[in-house]
Design a protein around this ligand. Structure first.
Ligand code: ABC
Ligand code: CA
Length: 485
């Protein structure tokens, strides 16, 4: 599927080892152990209804290839980011048939499969990583790259401001080095291009999340992407739009990390969090990214960062932050477990087992919240055929604790004030959003508000809850959302 095919989708991100077991069991899973807990592809297949019932129509799964076996100084490779043999699958997650079954089960439900892929490095069994590395090192375990000439000379990245270091030195440390592939070497390059082509076609993959994309020269990526032939979204882990921007030409787009940092900071620092930084970051990204922000992956949690609720548990603030990816440009991504209120901090605590929630959706306000947001976004897409290609715009507010985002038919009003605050937003008639004759419905509560006759609008909220307003007319043909409107 192309980038355009993905734009109306919403992605549920799964850490395969931590989502569900194929046999339905619920073993304990101590994240601090950094060990496999037993989740697998069959487990995902068995629980697709859970994902789909919240309105998601795509999943992103952990890297699928065989990883370093046994334990390392950083635990086991349960997350999948330590490839050892790229031509074989990680048997902890299942067989080739299981992965094909996952792909066809998704397609049978009209859903897409995004696979995480690691091209930058491979990892050797650390018990063989002797201090005389690399001379006596057994490269044959790294398939199909069995020789020192497939790798950059060892050096660990210590200066992230030096792009040559970032690309050609190694991630990890001497305890667990991530061997940096020589992606300037044409044999390595050709191997990777044909590998990705085969992977996509063997498993009928619809899109790729490209790990460590900034650790490989930019001009490696366009041919990689064309061999893949599907939507590619790169992980450029940086808080800086100008740095990330060129990668939106090399790949279809990037995970929107710069905005993520702005959003995380705005919502996890009480009212000193500055919401206007979000406006600045998005505006820069809209200006600098190829295709603006229409193809970015928009998220507020993932496997590398502390969950929102590790810092702030006020449910009003949590709901505001969770609303963000669904009301702005780009493809929303929800990291598994956020809907269950998980609170894990930094890696590895943020990789809790979802099965411990029992996949319960009753009395789970955040499940309901996400379901409504997905339904509202689908309704917005079907009501306004230009929704996906209209840039989000920001209506300036007098307080840095509030944010007003217009993406017609949405007007989203967010705040970091929290449940004991009382805040208000005002939209001047000069914003040109309303004529004054419409009724607006907050799809999160089904309450209505009415603009003044001059088209201006002022809205207040007690309890610090977010509002996602849509004209009643935009809801009239929707079966489920605020159906009495
Ligand atoms: C293990 C342990 C951790 C330990 C770590 C050193 O080693 O589990 O406890 O802290 C996988 C595993 C991890 C594992 C690593 C290393 O491998 O999942 O558990 O950590 O063995 C991707 C994946 C990630 C994966 C890998 C490796 C890469 O999403 O899950 O990790 O395949 C860098 C990379 C980025 C990578 C990330 C983990 O590390 O660029 O691709 N993620 C700065 C740098 C970033 C750097 C980041 C963190 O620090 O610029 O490049 O990311 O080290 C912003 C700034 C940014 C700054 C951030 C922190 O702040 O603008 O520049 O990022 O404001
Ligand atoms: Ca590299």
């Amino acid at each position: 599927a192309s980038a355009d095919d993905w734009t109306n989708r919403a992605i549920y991100q799964v850490v395969t080892d931590r989502f569900a077991l194929g046999n339905g069991s619920s073993p304990s899973c101590d994240t601090s152990q950094k060990k496999y807990c037993g989740g697998n592809w069959q487990g995902i297949i068995n629980n697709l209804d859970y994902i789909q019932s919240m309105g998601f129509d795509a999943i992103w799964i952990s890297p699928v290839v065989e990883n370093v076996q046994g334990t390392t100084t950083e635990g086991e490779a349960y997350h999948g980011y330590w490839p050892q043999n790229i031509n074989s699958l990680n048997s902890n997650f299942g067989s080739a048939d299981d992965l094909k079954s996952l792909s066809s089960a998704l397609h049978g439900k009209g859903m897409y499969l995004m696979v995480d892929v690691v091209v930058n490095h491979v990892v050797a069994n650390p018990t063989n990583t002797s201090s005389v590395w690399p001379e006596t090192f057994d490269y044959s375990q790294l398939q199909p790259f069995g020789g020192s000439n497939s790798f950059h000379t060892q050096c660990f990245i210590d200066d992230y401001n030096n792009q040559t270091d970032v690309e050609q030195c190694w991630l990890g440390d001497s305890g667990l080095p991530l061997l940096d592939l020589d992606t300037e070497n044409s044999t390595v390059v050709d191997t990777m291009y044909s590998w990705i082509k085969n992977l996509v076609s063997d498993y009928n993959i619809d899109g790729l999340r490209v790990d460590t994309a900034k650790h490989i020269r930019q001009d490696f990526w366009p041919d990689f992407a064309s061999n893949a032939g599907v939507y590619t979204v790169g992980e450029i882990l940086i808080g800086n739009v100008t740095y990330a921007a060129p990668y939106t030409k090399a790949l279809d787009s990037v995970l929107d990390y710069p905005t993520y940092y702005a959003v995380y900071d705005a919502f996890t620092n009480g009212t000193s969090g500055n919401m206007s930084v979000i406006t600045e970051m998005v505006t820069q990204a809209q200006d600098q990214y190829n295709h603006g922000t229409f193809y970015v992956g928009s998220f507020v949690e993932n496997q590398d960062n502390p969950r929102i609720q590790s810092t702030v548990t006020d449910q009003s603030i949590v709901k505001n932050a969770m609303t963000w990816p669904f009301i702005n440009d780009g493809i929303p991504i929800l990291y598994y477990g956020q809907e269950q209120g998980y609170q894990g901090g930094n890696d590895p605590a943020n990789r809790e087992a979802l099965w411990l929630s029992g996949f319960n959706t009753e009395n789970k306000p955040l499940v309901t919240h996400v379901k409504t947001l997905n339904a509202a976004r689908k309704q917005a897409i079907s009501y306004n055929s230009s929704f996906l290609t209209t840039k989000a715009s920001f209506i300036s507010q007098s307080s840095t604790s509030t944010l007003a985002v217009s993406k017609p038919p949405f007007l989203a009003l967010l705040t970091n004030g929290g449940s004991s605050s009382s805040v208000s937003w005002s939209i001047p008639s000069s914003a040109g959003l309303y004529t004054g004759s419409e009724t607006l419905v907050d799809v999160l509560t089904c309450e209505t508000v009415t603009p003044s006759s001059d088209g201006s609008l002022s809205v207040s909220a007690s309890s610090g809850l977010p509002k996602v307003l849509m004209p009643a007319e935009a809801l009239s043909k929707s079966g489920s959302l605020c159906s009495s409107q």
